[in-house]
Design a protein around this ligand. Sequence first.
Ligand code: PLP
Length: 454
Amino acid sequence: MPSPQLPNSMAARDVAHVLHPYTNLVKHEAVGPLVIERGKGIYVYDDQDKEYIEGMAGLWCAGLGFSEAALVDAAIEQMRKLPYYHGFGHKTTGPVVELAEKLKAMSPLPVGKIFFAEGGSGANDTLIKLIWYYNNARGRIDKKTILSRIKGYHGVTIASASLTGLPANHKDFDLPIARIKHVDCPHYYRFAQDGESEAEFVARLAKNLEDFILAEGPDTVAAFFAEPIMGAGGVILPPKDYFPAIQKVLQKYDILSVSDEVICGFGRTGNWWGAQTFGYQPDFISCAKQLSSAYLPISAVLVPEHVYETIRENSGKIGTFGHGFTYGGHPVAAAVALRTLQIYEERDMLGHVNAVAPRFQTRIAKLGDHPLVGEARGIGLIGATELVADKKTKRSFAPTAGVGAACMNFAQEEGLIIRAMGGDVIGFCPPMIITESEIDEMFDRFERALAKTM
Ligand code: PLP
């Protein structure tokens, strides 16, 4: 890694001028950034031309890897034709209309309309506002509390960071806001009680949810947000029967459910949508990231017909539906997203994910035998290993020990970019185009890194 001490290097200029997201800013001044210059397939290259397998597809997003020419062509074509326009008032552009049609056709829900934003946070923020607007329009002015889960991740705006159930996103930001409350995390490995079966664990979480709703007052609880797999919270897969049990409770108290498919959408778990993999039918979906393979920022909110009808009528009464982003439904981003979805179909991306996922999952499962790995978990092309100090007792390392971060650094030395999350969880979420031999290469590099971590 180039030293930030080298005068005038890109690393030194970065340290001098860039305020980094999600970074220990004190440490950053000492270690400097990894400067990534170019990409090819599942690989990226730094400014010394060192090659890395991008084991996280960037931030769980570059599904088609880092050199898909068809997406570049789609962007250039649209840029030349019309580089920007918006949807405010009664305007639209072709790519936005076509993308909405395509998403509706792919949706597992009876979707009425699609709203476009720029990223996952904006999509989830939009959903909270839509749900409040909807309940106000129906005269349910007290039904406003939004539930999400401990360890969930839904973004970083004031509302979406409040949905997020991770301490670092709240501490000293004066969050979460009062109307957003957190319920149990469905991680059996970490949160099951001694001797509790998976079925008992699920039943306890469903009962806790019901008790929580009753204590709050069901007429005050509007919605429940959940990722099918918790991503940034540590790639946490719920037990098989968790979502059906939770949905039963939500339906009983007329509480809307949102599936945050920002990571799980578009094939990552082996189905187009994570909700399909985990057997539930939400009322709304938010999606982003692999929607455009991350080549341009775009997100979407899938809104059911009956909710849309109420919003439509209310906007008529008020005079406008007063919400929208300057860059929401950007025509170039929409053209790239449309092309991305076409490529997923043309190249049978679902078939590919399901063909290579067994190799990926076999290699993840094998890591479970390692003395440092407490739990190895995953589905489709997403997975994680949770590093522990004591396998038997599941005791974690002290947060100050920095074991996950050390492992991530060793992986980088070996030419692999992965992500260490809280609790020393190492995530894997490579571009979906990865082949079986590349999967082997990725885990071979990781095993060498893990050996150095011991
Ligand atoms: N929801 C989930 C599940 C995410 O993983 C993320 C980002 O990682 C977000 C929402 C927020 O998306 P963005 O960073 O585009 O605002």
